[in-house]
Design a protein. Structure first.
Length: 441
């Protein structure tokens, strides 16, 4: 067998080992005379604060014009999807929440909906659990869009909006901590419902947020929308029309900013979204300005949904009644905010031996999921977040694969950047709002 041109190989006691030597870079720059050809190939970035070495952009420049561009991903290599195959179905929530770390509630909800579909218990999810999921997702959508606004403003020179965006996001993270015990990586939405109920002090804090946040959004627009430099850096920059979006599989605010009102909460509803009153913002221009306008409008719509969800929060259980699935519905958090409360431990130990054995098996082994495969998609802050889950009938997933919008949307960057200026690569890339934690799973 001949040696592959892209990698050398050698036999070891562990099997055949390939050594990848980075030949792609050699191929790109080979035969290039930057002086005579007036062409230079550069590695650009990292520019975004979260892409510290995990997104590589190779630009082929002629002066300041981008002639060709390549996006290279895979540097984060979390291996989350593979790890899911070695944990039970409930433990999967702890892994998937860490994918797109700016939208953990969406990762958990999509995964839980897929597991529930495999179990055939969609109709058994309580009304309160579903409402809490909607409430938390929309708060998470606002916090994610705030990070986009903050970091994009910083990249384009608007430092003030970066401070304000993170300030408001901090308030939402405090709400998350009240509800889930953690600011990020919650593992709060579980198959069958949610881990614990929303406390009363969180409700008070959310209502205060609903009162204050609309004024903050108005302030953002006063600060940016009429600012000449902001307009110059966003209008008619990194344009991608609706035809290009559809051809490349681009979804979310980027697609809607090109004029297509495609939002899974409306077009393929889940979690009862069809019963909520909200609009799907669009913009006709398909540029950075349009994406800015759409995300601001989406935050206002999310506030409307959060208010409706609060009004619907009727008393009731937050986990399915089936005790073979419902762990950890009866858990109570200890005073340290981490472990089980002593009262809960005493309750388990004081029950029958059969109850204790059942609890032990449920925690250590998990429940069995009938064999089959499903695909469930939800509308995450960056677009369609899909979960393809496969069960072989065991207590652990056979395979879970995410259709992650950051990964799909990033392929649109060359289409937006080639032929434009190198400075516009920054604006265009930021307007896609990629999160590399979701890209490299």
């Amino acid at each position: 067998m001949s040696t592959p041109s892209y990698a050398t190989e050698r036999e070891t006691t562990e099997g055949r080992v390939f050594t990848v030597t980075g030949g792609d870079w050699d191929q790109v720059v080979s035969g290039t005379d930057p002086i005579n050809d007036e062409r230079i190939v550069v590695n650009m970035g990292p520019q975004h604060p979260s892409t510290h070495g995990v997104l590589r952009l190779i630009l082929d420049l002629e002066g300041e014009t981008v002639r060709e561009m390549r996006s290279v991903v895979g540097y984060l290599h979390t291996g989350i999807e593979k790890n899911l195959e070695y944990r039970n179905w409930v433990q999967g929530s702890t892994f998937v929440t860490r994918m797109d770390y700016l939208a953990p509630i969406f990762n958990e909800t999509a995964y839980s909906l897929a597991v529930e579909k495999l179990l055939g218990i969609e109709e058994q999810i309580t009304e309160r659990a579903t409402t809490i999921r909607v409430l938390m997702m929309e708060l998470n959508r606002i916090s994610s869009h705030l990070v986009w606004l903050a970091t994009t403003g910083m990249e384009l020179g608007a430092i003030s909006i970066m401070l304000y965006g993170f300030r408001e996001r901090e308030y939402i993270l405090e709400i998350f901590e009240l509800v889930t015990g953690l600011r990020m990586n919650h593992a709060y939405v579980r198959p069958g419902g949610v881990a614990q109920d929303v406390p009363d002090d969180a409700i008070v804090k959310i209502r205060k947020f609903l009162k204050e946040m609309p004024k903050k959004l108005d302030e953002y627009e006063d600060l940016l929308s009429g600012q000449p430099i902001w307009l110059e850096r966003t209008k008619n920059v990194a344009v991608l029309d609706v035809t290009g979006c559809v051809a490349l599989g681009v979804t979310g605010p980027v697609l809607r900013s090109a004029g297509l009102p495609w939002d899974l909460r409306k077009t393929d509803p889940y979690c009862g979204y069809e019963t909520y009153d909200f609009d799907v913002p669009t913009h006709p221009d398909g540029d950075v300005w349009g994406r800015y306008q759409v995300r601001l409008a989406e935050m206002r719509e999310s506030l409307k949904i959060v208010e409706q969800a609060l009004d619907r929060l009727k008393p009731g259980p937050v986990m399915v009644a089936d005790k073979k699935i419902a762990w950890p519905a009866q858990l109570a958090i200890g005073v340290d905010g981490m472990g089980n409360s002593l009262e809960h431990v005493a309750k388990i130990m004081g029950q029958s031996m059969e109850s204790l054995i059942h609890h032990f098996k449920l925690v250590t082994e998990g429940f069995r999921v009938p064999p089959g495969q499903v695909y469930v998609a939800i509308e995450a802050p960056r677009g369609e977040l899909g979960v393809h889950a496969v069960s072989d009938g065991g207590t652990r997933p056979y395979r879970v694969h995410y259709r992650e919008p950051s990964f799909v949307n990033l392929q649109a960057l060359p289409a937006m950047a080639e032929g434009g200026l190198i400075a516009d690569v920054i604006a265009g890339g930021a307007s896609l709002d990629p999160v590399m934690g979701g890209c490299d799973r």
